[in-house]
Design a protein around this ligand. Structure first.
Ligand SMILES: [Zn+2]
Ligand SMILES: [Zn+2]
Ligand SMILES: [Zn+2]
Length: 262
C-alpha cells in the first residue's frame, strides 16, 4: 500500500440480523451464492499502511479472520446500535498484543452510549487483560488522521442520528434515512459512495434501495455500493435491475481509489 491509495474492504454488507436470518428458509437465506451471505454492516479503510475500522459489528471477529486483519489503528463509529458496536470486545486481542490503546472516534452521544453499554471497558477497576484498551475521542468536526482529513457527515437515522465519514473522495453513509440539507455539500465530488439501502420496501430508519439510488444520482457518483442489505436482496437476480454505476455490496468486496493531492 502506498501513500497514494485508499482501499475500502466491505467487512459486512448485511442488516442487523445478518443474512441468512436465523430460522429463515427463504431462497436468499438458503442460497449457495456467497454474495447472498451478509455479516453485520462494517468496513475497513486502509491508507499509508494504517487500518481504520468503521464500526465494530457483531461479526467483527469472523470478519477479521476472513480478511486477515491483524492490526486496527483506529475505529470510527457511525452510531451505537447493537449491530454496529457489539463486536467491540474483540479489539481486546489487538490491544493485549500491542499494549497500546486503540483510539475510537464518535459523536458525544455515541461515546456516552458505548461507555454505558460497555462500562467494564472504560473502568480502571476491571482487570486489564479482560477488556480492550480504548481511547475515546469526541467527533465535533473534521479531523486529521494518518495524513488525511476525515470529514464527519451528520445523517438522520429514523428518530435518531448517525455519522457518515468521508476520506478523500470516498464516503461511507450508514445508517441513514435522510441526509440533512447541510450535509449534501460534504458529499460533492465523490468517486465512491457506500450507502445504506436496506431493502426494496420503505423503512422509517433506513433508505430503501430506490431512495439510495436517487441519492447517488443526485450526487452524480460514478460508483455506488448499496449496503446494510436484508434477505430481500438476491444478489444475482436483482443486480441486473440496478442502474449503471450502482451495485450491491458484498462481504469481502474491495475498492481502491487514489487519494487527492497524491
Ligand atoms: Zn445498522
Ligand atoms: Zn430469508
Ligand atoms: Zn442503526
Amino acid at each position: 500500500m502506498t501513500d497514494s491509495v485508499l482501499k475500502l474492504t466491505v467487512l459486512g454488507s448485511g442488516t442487523s440480523t445478518g443474512v441468512p436470518v436465523l430460522g429463515c428458509h427463504c431462497a436468499v437465506c438458503s442460497s449457495t451464492e456467497p454474495r447472498n451471505s451478509r455479516t453485520r454492516c462494517s468496513a475497513l479503510l486502509e491508507w499509508s499502511d494504517h487500518k481504520v475500522l468503521i464500526d465494530t459489528a457483531t461479526d467483527f471477529r469472523q470478519q477479521a479472520l476472513r480478511e486477515g486483519i491483524e492490526q486496527v489503528d483506529t475505529v470510527l463509529y457511525t452510531h451505537a446500535h447493537a449491530d454496529h458496536v457489539h463486536g467491540i470486545d474483540d479489539l481486546r486481542t489487538f490491544t493485549l498484543r500491542t499494549g497500546n490503546a486503540i483510539p475510537i472516534y464518535a459523536a458525544r452521544g455515541v461515546l456516552d452510549r458505548i461507555q454505558g453499554l460497555f462500562s467494564y471497558i472504560f473502568s480502571e477497576a476491571d482487570v486489564a487483560g479482560y477488556r480492550p484498551r480504548l481511547q475515546a475521542n469526541e467527533v465535533t468536526g473534521p479531523f486529521a488522521l494518518f495524513g488525511q482529513k476525515v470529514i464527519p457527515i451528520p445523517l438522520m437515522h429514523g428518530p435518531g442520528e448517525s455519522l457518515g465519514y468521508r476520506i478523500g473522495n470516498l464516503a461511507y453513509v450508514v445508517d441513514c434515512s435522510a441526509i440533512p440539507e447541510s450535509s449534501w455539500a460534504l458529499l460533492e465530488g465523490l468517486e465512491v459512495l457506500v450507502i445504506d439501502a436496506l431493502r426494496f420496501r420503505g423503512h422509517d430508519s433506513h433508505f430503501s434501495i430506490s431512495e439510495a439510488i436517487e441519492v447517488a444520482r443526485q450526487l452524480r457518483v460514478p460508483k455506488t455500493l448499496l449496503t446494510h442489505l436484508t434477505h430481500d436482496v438476491d444478489y444475482a437476480r436483482h443486480s441486473t435491475g440496478l442502474p449503471e454505476g450502482v451495485e450491491f455490496a458484498y462481504d469481502g468486496q474491495t475498492v481502491t481509489l487514489p487519494l487527492p493531492g497524491s
